[in-house]
Design a binder for this molecule. Structure first.
Ligand SMILES: [Mn+2]
Length: 322
């Protein structure tokens, strides 16, 4: 098994804001890439299209200047004013069509810069109150729009990132299982699920089990790392609240031969940006190494014979080291 590859959603390296405060300062994409190369062990970049990229040629030149690779292109279909209340599931065909065009353009861009896939988190699709949207048409439009975007340029697979809440109070694709149901309806094999650890926790899932379900359903998986308190998507530094979940996720990622980037979707907010990501890098690399060091054969045998006590002992001794 190869060494872990770590990447970062570079949007977090510039100015971010929530309802109350603004954090850090605005920086150019090239400055963000320069910064990525300074974080211990980070080589991958997830860039938000169409807001952070330059023309394909100049973007490729920036990437090679800082010796970075694309982990993914993240297509944003929620920022434009008409998409703030939703994009891919809206009743207005023009709104839906323009969102599909944006995903197709992101695929063209990914191909032009040599990025492996496009990921889309349809955060604004969903509802805030009851009797707000037509569930029947919202689902059908979602299958139709994602289907059209998935079928386009199949050599660049489309990954869908589920999330329970935010920006809508209840997002349309609110769990890993819902994402998989969507992909099954879409019937395009060049698709996958972006399993964001924090989103999975917010959906009351176990991220390791969610990852396994994606693979067992016959789809590809891409992992975003972070942590939260399970109530909201706080994008905390990795393993700061769910250490054992983090190690278990790594264990199952290794089991399935996961070889894509582990991409940080964590937000420094009040913390020093470089040191925040160095700590994230450190714990992610450490958890991966720890998961790799476990006696896989013995663990599987204990699971087979249902030796729960032996497994708990393994957790105490080999993971917590107490
Ligand atoms: Mn994410």
């Amino acid at each position: 098994m190869a060494e872990i590859k770590q990447g970062i959603i570079i949007g977090f390296l510039g100015k971010t804001q929530d309802r109350f405060s603004e954090y850090q300062r605005p920086v150019s994409t090239e400055e963000k890439l320069d910064f990525v190369s300074k974080i211990d062990g980070f080589t991958g970049v997830e860039m938000v299209f169409p807001y952070e990229n330059g023309e394909p040629e100049e973007t490729r030149a920036w990437m090679s200047k800082y010796r970075l690779e694309f982990a993914a292109i993240n297509v944003n279909v929620k920022k434009e004013a008409e998409w703030v209340p939703g994009a891919l599931s809206r009743p207005d065909q023009g709104i839906r069509d323009r969102a599909v065009v944006m995903i197709k353009k992101a695929k063209d861009f990914a191909k032009a810069v040599g990025a492996p896939h496009v990921t889309c988190c349809p955060l604004s699709d969903g509802y805030d109150v009851l009797f707000q949207i037509n569930y029947k048409t919202a689902w059908r439009y979602m299958v139709e729009t994602i289907g059209e975007a998935a079928d386009y340029l199949p050599e660049i697979p489309l990954f869908i990132e589920p999330k329970y809440s935010e920006t809508r109070v209840h997002c349309q694709i609110d769990s890993t299982a819902k994402g998989l149901l969507l992909l099954k309806d879409v019937q395009c094999k060049n698709t996958g699920i972006t399993m964001d650890m924090g989103h999975s926790l917010q959906s009351q899932e176990n991220p390791a089990q969610a990852l396994s379900l994606i693979y067992e359903s016959g789809y590809d998986a891409y992992i975003h790392t972070n942590d939260n308190d399970t109530k909201a998507d706080w994008d905390l530094v990795g393993a700061s609240r769910h250490f054992l979940h983090y190690v278990e996720l790594m264990f199952w990622a290794l089991e399935y031969g996961y070889n894509k980037y582990f991409t940080t979707d964590a937000s420094p907010r009040i913390f020093d940006v470089l040191e925040f990501f160095n700590r994230h890098s450190e714990i992610t690399r450490g958890a991966y190494k720890l998961a790799k060091s476990l006696d896989r054969q013995q663990i599987q045998e204990m699971m087979r014979v249902e030796d729960y006590n032996g497994l708990m002992k393994m957790v105490n001794k080999d993971i917590y080291r107490i």
